[in-house]
Design a protein around this ligand. Structure first.
Ligand code: ZN
Length: 207
């Protein structure tokens, strides 16, 4: 990561007041209340921490591991569409069990441990290429990913082995963006270690 990118990451990691959600960080694909899709893993037996902890925080920020990932993706696909990008869920969903809520606590600051990255194959960022890289590399920071009606958890859950695909049946098929959740421990969510990504995120032809 360049000095310029490191400065960008530090700026983006500064806590926001609880009521301040920049448009660039709002998770857009959770949907209205009635058909909310919280981007969770329905088979995870322990989706802790408790969502009720969110009510006492005074500020929030995004996990540094995810900010580092986004900076790398932006460098690989600088013209990519960001229409479905987002991190934090809106206030309507804050009491729900979603990694898009700042429910991991760092003192009085809540940490968002999920990020959506837009599928933008025409502009150099194919979410399927990203998903394949994550499953191949098995980065220990990842909790689970959701892409194109499938979910893969880094642990063995729901009868599937670690990193195995399972069908995802949430209201949002996740075919316009990939969801990435990182684990709730600081060594995972705030690690700024470079992600092992391919040299290009363009569409990989199916042979
Ligand atoms: Zn998501």
């Amino acid at each position: 990561m360049s000095d310029q990118e490191a400065a960008k990451l530090n700026a983006e990691a500064a806590p926001h007041p609880r009521d301040e959600i920049p448009a660039s960080e709002l998770a857009r694909a959770i949907g209205p209340e009635a058909d909310a899709d919280l981007h969770g893993d329905p088979d995870d037996p322990d989706p802790t921490p408790s969502a009720t902890e969110a009510s006492t925080m005074t500020a929030w920020r995004v996990a540094k591991a995810l900010l580092a990932l986004r900076i790398q993706v932006d460098a690989l696909a600088p013209r990519r569409n960001k229409a479905s990008d987002g991190t934090i869920g809106d206030r309507r969903h804050e009491s729900s069990a979603s990694d898009h809520n700042p429910w991991v606590r760092d003192g009085a600051t809540g940490v968002v441990t999920a990020m959506d990255i837009t599928h933008s194959p025409d502009l150099g960022c194919d979410a399927g290429t990203l998903a394949a890289a994550f499953r191949e590399q098995r980065d220990p920071r990842i909790k689970y990913i959701i892409w194109n009606r499938r979910i893969a958890n880094s642990s063995a859950v729901g009868g599937a082995p670690a990193w195995g695909w399972r069908r995802y049946t949430g209201a949002n098929p996740h075919d316009h963006h990939i969801h990435i959740s990182v684990k709730p421990e600081p060594a995972s969510y705030d690690s700024q270690t470079a992600w092992a990504l391919p040299a290009s995120l363009k569409t990989v032809p199916v042979s």
